[in-house]
Structure formats: C-alpha cells, structure tokens
Design a protein around this ligand. Sequence first.
Ligand code: SF4
Length: 570
Amino acid sequence: MKIVVAKTAGFCMGVRRAVDMVLDASNQSREPIYTYGPLIHNPQVLKMLEEKQIFRMDQLPSKGSGIVLIRAHGVPPEDEQSLKDLGFTVINATCPRVIKVQAIIHKYAQKGYVTLIVGDEKHPEVVGLSGYAKGRGHVISSVDQLRELPRFDAAVVVAQTTQNTAVYKDIKAWCETQAPHYSVFDTICGSTEKRQAEIRKLARENDAVIVVGGKQSGNTKRLAQIATRTGKPVVHIEEVSQIDYGRLSSAGSVAITAGASTPNWIINEAYEAVANHLQRQHPVKTGLFSIRDFLLKTNIMAAAGAGFLTYACSRLQGIAQDSHHALIAMLYVLSMQILNHLFTVKSDTYNQPQRAVFYENNRRSLWLLAVLSGAAGLYLSFITGAVSFMILLVMSLLGLSYNLQLIPLRFNKRQKARIKDIPGSKTILIVMAWGIVTSLLPAVSNYTDWRSVAVVFLFAVGLVFARTAFFDIIAIQGDRITGKETLPILLGEKRSFALIKSVLIVDMGILMVVSFTELLVNRAVLLALMPLGMLLLIRFFKHNRHISGPHREFIMEGLFVATGLLSAVI
Ligand code: SF4
C-alpha cells in the first residue's frame, strides 16, 4: 500500500503563529497566561497547553491580571477593549488574514454598508467579524439564505476565511447577476483553498483517505466532507488509536491530510502508525526496520556517524592513529546523545513519540549505557594525553549541565538560568561539541598544522551544523512546547534553511579551494561531495516533509558513515 501525505496538511500560518506566540509568552513570563476561548480546535494541543499552565478563559471575568492571548480567529473589538480595561496584558494573535477581513468590514460599516458574512454563525471567527459590522451584519451559509434577505442599497460581502470555496463561488455568482452593486471580496484564505483542492485531487487519485484533526474543527470536518463526496472510504481521526484499518484493508493507496489546527507530531504519528501496520505484513521488512529503529533510538547510529566523521577528519589531516580518536568520538557522542534524550523525554513525546516510549521503558539500561560510554571515552582520552582528557572532561561537564538550573530562580527574574535557556544554545552546543571531538581532539594529540586543523574543523562543523539544524527544524513544534532554545526557533524556518544552505556551500567551497594547497592530503577534494550530498538530501526532505522520520534520520546519519568510508580512498 502506498501512503501519500498532503503537502498542505497541518498548521496553517495563522494557527502556527498563534501557537508560537502563546508558547513564547509562556517560556518568557511567569505571569498567568490565558487564551480567550480554546486556542484551536485540537484536543491534544489543548491538553499540552494545560500541562504548560496555559489556561482557557471562556468568559470575561469581573477582574483579572496576567496575559490573555486572542486566538487566530479574532474577537469582536469590544471584547479586546474589555480585556484591556480589566487589567490584562493582551497579546493579539489574530491571524493577519482575518485582520484583513475585519478591516474590510470596519471600513464599509463606517460608510453605512450592511455586512453579509458567508460562514458558520457560531464559529468564533464569524462572531469576531460580526463585531465589526456596527450592528448591521447578517451571517448566511447558502445562496438560499441570501435570497431570503431583503435587497440592500449597499452591502459588502465577505466569507469566513475557512469557508467552502464552492459555496462562496455560488454566492459570488448570485451577487454578480442579482445584486451587482454589492461589494464582494475574496476573503477565503489561500491556505484553505489549497488544502481543499489538494484533498479533492488526492481523494480522486487514491483508494482511501485519512483526515487527521479535531472533530470540532470546522475546516477539518470540511476536508472529510470533500473527500467523502468522491465516494472513497474516509476515516476522520483525532488520534491514531482511532484508525479503522478494516476500512482501509482493500485500499492500494491511502492519502493522509490534516486540518489547519493539527500539529505535525500527530500527522507524523498517523503516518508512522499506518506504515508500521503495513510493515507488520512483511516479516523481512519488519526485521530490517526493527534493526534500524534500534540503532536510531539507542543513538548508536549517531555515534557511528561521529566516529566515521572523526576518521574522515583525521584522514584529511594525514593523522595515522585515526581509529582511536574515532572511538573516543563515538563514546562521547553516544553518552551525550542518550543523556540529552533522557533529560528531554517530554519534547520527544511530541516529536518522536516512539523514541519517548523507548526511553521511558528502558531508562535504567540507557542511563547505564550513557555512564559507561562516557567513562570509557574519558579513559581513552586520558591515556591519549592530559590535554585531550581535559578538553573531553570540560565538554562532558558542559553537556551534563545543559539542562541544569545554574542560577537560582530567585536571583534571576528573566529565567535565563540554564544553558538550555540561551537562545540557539542547543544547536550551537551540539555543533561545537561534535566539531571538537571529531577534528580538534585528534589534532591536539598529533600536533598537526593549525591551519589544516582549522580547515578540517570548519568542514566537520559545517556538516554537523546542517544535520543538527535540519533535525531542529523538524522538531520545532515539540521544542517550542518544551521551551528548548534551538536556532530554528530563534531564526524561523525559512532563514534556518537559508543558513543551512549557505553553510554547506561555504563548506564545499573551502574544501575545494584548500584541496589545491599542501594543507590537506591528496584527493581531499573528493570529500567536498559530502556537503553537496547533504545539501541535496536536505532539499529533498524539505520538499517531502512526510517521509518517515526514522527513514530520514537513518539516511542523514548514514551520510556521516559514508563520509568516513569515502575518506578511506583519499
Ligand atoms: S486558515 Fe488562513 S486565515 Fe485562517 S488562521 Fe489559517 S492562515 Fe489565517
């Protein structure tokens, strides 16, 4: 069975912006935080917000303090003013596209126009929009309802941003012929249109459809309705346990889509659940994938990548005793990666739920493995030399203290008390740590030319930066929820991708230029293929977001193994 995930599945811009705003407020402030109404119609996200002490306020209280976030749907202007008058700090997270519709209504209402809103009367966005109509608003949901209204001298027609495009098309056509003096605006959000058009197409092309998202979410329900109209079996689920595999059993291909309020981690979970269900029907595949998953979950694959990269860095500098340092790097990375996951099981719950379960179930063994590998790495570096040992010791301590409260909260009003709280720290620390163990440690004990060390360090850091920042982009929602400060959270996705691209191009360029000098060994230029490979891989994954997470991770880590193997021929 083939599984296709809609490119448009998941948070739209407005929802992502609102969720980011409330999570940023929660990570930066100690005041109580409320959302005015449910932030979005998704039970898992609402549960997650409650766990973060972000509460839902359904009615205006008599008095209050703290922060109130107005959700993407917007509110009537008088509600926003009342919240301010009551003493709340208001963060307005109304989607900019909804604000545009509010502005249209406001402008025409001031001129005395009647407002006709095409949408669901009770939908919060429509309630908010009606508040701008100065008491002259009507909500309609079909051409029939429009016909029943009197013909107004002046009216402005707008649609709820998530309205069905076909319904609005009929209404616009009626206005054109029956009331051409009405001012009609195209206010359906492009993201809704694209999402609906894509599911129409995918439902036609595939044998069954899974729609992931809240049962109360209007736009998610509409996706299920559109897919159902094609006559294909449609399963609307809020969580993966609700997938009815019986209804999908005869399907040769399944399309998965999700509403604008469905977070990525639930879409990924649905994809993994269907893929795992299929794998169970092929014993050989099941075996192979189990091995892959074990290597990834225990971080043996990442550690192997670090080892092979160290080998490559040593080869580039012409260092003979390269396997020894490769082993130190493997043990260090294995220990730090496991510890990092043990400390941050919570963000894995959102980003990689299966890994989180693995860590919960095997806590003791993983702790033991982390301690033993860390100690073995330190011992090996000790017998290598005092400087290597000291460097590795300092890095291990830094890694261990990453999640610890270093400054007591009472001395620290801004809550930047852990290394973890420094913006971008996670990405930068991982990159520096890998760079040091893979390229500097071997050089320190072999007294190589500092210029070649610098070049190889940049080469290693470039590759590791691209890998880490890419994984951080994928994990951005879970990291933001748990307050991890990664570079993509600081820069945003778009700029992070641009930065990864630039770093890899520079990486490639440096190696190519330096290959023509005496600084590195002959044929070093061959390794310039690795940043190029990484660039192409990341580009591919960027445009194919819902390739299975473990596949993606295995291939990325595999590129480091390939770097080591390629270096054997230089
Ligand atoms: S669907 Fe469009 S208008 Fe509505 S919140 Fe999302 S981006 Fe904004």
